[in-house]
Design a protein around this ligand. Structure first.
Ligand code: EPU
Length: 340
């Protein structure tokens, strides 16, 4: 296994920014991953596990540690009783190839997550979500390497691994875990998840007979292509911020002032509010550009590198957006993107 030095990171993430990694390696097996971990332990270095680089903003400086590019591959499906399918995929597999495979085999469960860039491991770490579904809804087990004792372990979803755009793997308690494989529970005879407004509207405007799993995947891909910048042309990591969660009192005062604001109850008398709407209708920032970075004109939550922006430019605009939201409505917003 080769440890390379001073490897530029801009070609390895979808924001297309960043400095270099002091050390860099690619791992294709658990043994290689263990070697990589030994390397950082021996040299007392920090490490960062990189999947598809579709949700990370790398600083323009040198990352003074080891970037481990996860390329563990392998997939397999097993049919269980009652039309349940257990689909297992290694962390380095492409997320969207997995969704395409599931849809091609008529396995229900992850089709609403079509078209999301990145890897299977990244999907679990981020608990990716879109159009009324989250990866964590379909995951039943996550296999990890625990770097504290170098053992491969299986975490069951009952251990409450996931929450909105978050997982144990992003928190202190999961800091020693590197995801190596994910097990999904899918269904052979499922129901289409048509809860999300954009999806319902898509089919309302078209003359469809019976909607199939493949139709739903095509719909999601088409909706996404209109909302997100083309990754071949521009740099982006999707939504830069999470939608904020607020308590009932705050929700009611906001609703009174802005009756149109989209909100969703999330239990425990808390509400999630649409930051895209706030940026567009309260802050007037939709389409705003500063140099080569801006809020995408079709989706203001999506910070976009229109060409040549540095990580610093993106971070500065993100900070400015957070300050503006705080000034206008008094809430703190959290990035969804991981800043490295
Ligand atoms: N809106 C505006 N102006 C706009 C765009 C949207 O006011 O220009 C309002 C609309 O009222 C719309 C609402 O914002 O109904 C919500 O917009 P959208 O449906 O695009 O969803 P979102 O909450 O902004 C979330 C996810 C996206 C995911 C979409 C679709 C987060 C942080 N983002 O965005 O996920 O694709 O829902 O389900 O939860 C990502 O995580 O990187 C990501 C792209």
């Amino acid at each position: 296994m080769i440890f390379r030095e001073n490897v530029p990171l801009s070609g390895l993430n979808t924001f297309k920014t960043g400095g270099s990694a002091k050390f860099f390696c690619i791992v294709g097996t658990v043994d290689e991953l263990k070697n990589a971990v030994c390397f950082v332990t021996e040299n007392k270095l920090p490490f960062f596990v990189l999947g598809g680089g579709s949700n990370a903003l790398f600083s323009d400086r040198v990352f003074e540690g080891l970037v481990i590019k996860m390329e563990m591959m392998g997939r397999g499906a097993v049919e269980k009783e009652n039309g349940t399918i257990h689909l297992s995929a290694a962390a380095g597999e492409s997320w969207d190839k997995l969704v395409s495979l599931a849809v091609g085999n008529n396995f229900y469960g992850i089709e609403n997550l079509s078209g999301i860039p990145g890897t299977v491991g990244g999907a679990a770490v981020q608990n990716i979500g879109a159009y009324g579904a989250e990866a964590g809804d379909s995951i039943i087990e996550v296999e990890i390497l625990d770097v504290s004792d170098m053992k491969v372990k299986t975490l069951n979803v009952k251990e409450r691994l996931f929450s909105y755009r978050d997982s144990i793997f992003k928190k202190l308690e999961g800091k020693n875990y590197i995801v190596t494989r994910v097990l999904f529970r899918l269904k052979k005879e499922g129901e289409l998840n048509m809860k999300y407004k954009d999806i319902r509207e898509y089919f309302e405007n078209k003359n469809f007979g019976e909607i199939t799993l493949k139709d739903l995947r095509s719909a999601v891909l088409e909706i996404r292509s209109k909302k997100f910048p083309n990754l071949n042309k521009f740099g982006t990591a999707g939504s830069f911020f999470k939608n904020p969660t607020v308590n009932k009192n705050f929700y009611e005062s906001l609703r009174e002032k802005y009756p149109q604001i989209p909100t969703y109850p999330v239990g425990g008398e808390n509400f999630r509010i649409s930051l895209a709407w706030i940026l567009d209708n309260i802050c007037g920032l939709k389409g705003f550009k500063k140099g080569a970075v801006g809020l995408y004109e079709n989706q203001p939550l999506v910070l976009t590198n229109f060409g040549g922006a540095s990580a610093n430019d993106i971070k500065n605009l993100a900070d400015e957006i957070a300050r503006t939201v705080k000034e206008k409505i008094g809430i703190e917003i959290d990035p969804e993107v991981v800043c490295v």
